[in-house]
Every structure is written in structure tokens, then in C-alpha cells.
Design a protein around this ligand. Structure first.
Ligand code: G3H
Ligand code: 13P
Ligand code: ZN
Length: 305
């Protein structure tokens, strides 16, 4: 069933598990996300960035909405990194049930102002809102607290921000970063900061940049002819601990990008004569489903729907 973000995330925060929020750009990605969630009885969120909306538009949104409506588990369609009030309104008109307004590059007052406008409009339509406070970026474990504080989310500010905006869930900067290169070795996650923010606030918290960049997938990518440098993601154990401390929405894009490319590359490498798209995109969908299954297990959402 198609539900709002709040319908999925409030129980996750209370039950101390994480919900995967996976980016989609086409039918196969959407099927892998929703069908795997159904198979594992897990709630799930499907998100489209503004780039995905530019690429797939209402056609892609309708695929997600149709699969979500027919799904036997709760599914929300979420706008990822909405950059403006206009973008948020457009997504609401398209049928999204959860909206992110990312005004984190503004100063505190500017972020509050932009976020509040979107919250008011979305709430009038019964749709829940994510916003962001802090600057995403990898940090080294040994850097001094003052430097961490310069861009990681400040707990006291988070309290003020939530009060002043009425946001339903909040993305916080805790050491994760977007993409396949999240730092050397095991990227540092500030669990103490998550715990502190969660203890002062009651709403679901969101972690962006949460791909694990599994080494097995990276190796298969290389073996099938792909080129990639020192890729590193968030360790399963670190992500699992984060869900115990209050992270309820866990954003994953890179892992599915890698998995789908592995499936395509392996299919083409295995048979140079292949040109049936189903024999190329089908394997991509299968590899994505395996990665999603693993992630839902790590987050603890299996069997919660
Ligand atoms: O955080 C951004 C997501 O990975 C979406 O990326 O804007 O290239 O679709 P995109
Ligand atoms: P990754 O691409 O690092 O998984 O991050 C996804 C994300 O945060 C989307 O908002
Ligand atoms: Zn993000």
C-alpha cells in the first residue's frame, strides 16, 4: 500500500529499526526494491531525486505509485534532496507521499525559513517532510571535536530547528557522505552524536550516504571490466548501531548503481552475442535484489510489515 513517510518512519523510530530508502531511476530498480521488500515483509521507501524526475518524470513516478498501491507492504514515494519550495510542490502534484526539502546550505535562519514553507504546504496535503541540518561529509576519527562540530549536526540546534520548522524527520550529518568513496578503510560514524540528538528529540532521524559499497560487489565490478578506485562504504555494524540510536530512514543509492552495473557487465561479458534487453536488465535486477535483501537484514526491518 502507498503510505506517507510518517506512516513508515514513526513505527521504525519507536521500534528501533531502520527503513531503507532506495533511489530509483527506472522500472527494474523499482521492482527490485518493492518486490524484495514484499518478499521479506519489510516496509520500504522509494525515492526519486530531481535528476530522476528530469529523467523519468511522471512516467517513472507512476510506475512507483502503481507498484506501491499493489504492494502488500507499506511503501512511500519520497522526493530526495528537493532544492526549493517549487520543487516540493511539483512532487506533491505528481503524487509523492513524502518530501525532502534540503536547505542545509543556507544559514540556520534561512534553512528554517525554507523548510517551514514546505512543511506548511505539505502538511496541508497530509504529506510528511524531511529536512536537513548540518553538512554531509566524511570525517576522520582522530580529528578534534571543534573541527567535527564545524559541520556535523549540533544537538542543541537540532532541537531548535525541529521546534521552529515542524519537520517530521530530520537528516543529520554524522560522518556519512554521498557516493562510493566515503573515506579510507572504515569511515567514522559519530554514534555518540546520534544518541545525543535522539535523546533530545523524538522524531525519526535520517542518514544519507548509507551505502555499504560491499567489497564483493566492487570486486565483481572490476572483474567484469569496470574501473573503480579505493571504494569504501558504511560498515554494516556501524549502520546497525545507528538504527539502535535513532536513525530510522537510511538512504541508499550507490549500492544499487554498482549492483545494476555489475549485473549488466556480467551478462554482456558472459555472452557477447546477447542483445535481448531482458537478458541484460533482468540480471541487473537480480543483483540489486540481493543487495537490497542484505541491507534490509542489516537495518532490522525484515518481518516488520
Ligand atoms: O543523494 C543523491 C542521490 O544519490 C541521487 O543522485 O541526483 O544523481 O539522482 P542523483
Ligand atoms: P549513497 O549514494 O551514498 O548511497 O547516498 C544516497 C543518498 O544519500 C541519497 O539521498
Ligand atoms: Zn542524500
Amino acid at each position: 500500500m502507498l503510505v506517507t513517510g510518517n506512516d513508515i518512519l514513526v513505527p521504525a523510530r519507536a521500534g528501533k529499526y531502520g527503513v531503507g530508502s532506495f533511489n530509483t531511476n527506472n522500472m527494474e530498480i523499482t521492482q527490485a526494491i518493492i518486490h524484495t521488500a514484499e518478499r521479506l515483509r519489510s516496509p520500504v521507501m522509494v525515492q526519486m531525486s530531481e535528476g530522476a524526475i528530469k529523467y523519468g518524470g511522471q512516467d517513472l513516478a507512476n510506475i512507483v505509485i502503481d507498484l506501491a498501491r499493489r504492494a502488500t507492504v507499506p511503501v512511500a514515494l519520497h522526493l530526495d534532496h528537493g532544492s526549493s519550495y517549487e520543487s516540493a510542490l511539483k512532487a506533491i502534484k505528481m503524487g509523492f507521499t513524502s518530501i525532502m526539502i534540503d536547505a542545509s546550505h543556507h544559514d540556520f535562519a534561512g534553512n528554517v525559513k525554507e523548510t517551514k514553507r514546505v512543511v506548511e504546504a505539505a502538511h496541508a496535503m497530509g504529506i510528511s517532510v524531511e529536512s536537513e541540518l548540518g553538512r554531509l561529509g566524511g570525517i576522520e576519527e582522530h580529528i578534534v571535536v571543534d573541527e567535527k562540530d564545524a559541520f556535523l549536526t549540533d544537538p542543541e540546534e537540532a532541537v531548535q530547528f525541529i521546534e521552529q520548522t515542524g519537520t517530521d524527520y530530520l537528516a543529520i550529518a554524522i560522518g556519512t557522505s554521498h557516493g562510493a568513496f566515503k573515506g579510507k578503510g572504515r569511515p567514522y560514524i559519530d554514534h555518540a552524536r546520534i544518541e545525543k540528538i535522539a535523546s533530545l528529540t523524538g522524531i525519526p532521524l535520517v542518514a544519507h550516504g548509507s551505502s555499504g559499497v560491499p567489497q564483493e560487489i566492487v570486486e565483481r565490478f572490476r572483474k567484469a571490466g569496470g574501473e573503480i578506485g579505493d571504494a569504501a562504504g558504511i560498515a554494516d555494524e556501524d549502520l546497525q548501531r545507528a538504527t539502535q540510536f535513532g536513525i530510522a530512514k537510511v538512504n541508499v543509492d550507490t549500492d544499487l548503481r554498482l549492483a545494476s552495473t555489475v549485473g549488466i557487465r556480467e551478462a554482456l561479458a558472459a555472452n557477447a552475442k546477447e542483445f535481448d534487453p531482458r537478458k541484460i536488465f533482468g540480471p541487473a535486477r537480480d543483483v540489486m535484489a540481493q543487495v537490497i535483501e542484505h541491507k534490509l537484514g542489516v537495518l532490522g526491518s525484515v518481518g516488520k510489515a
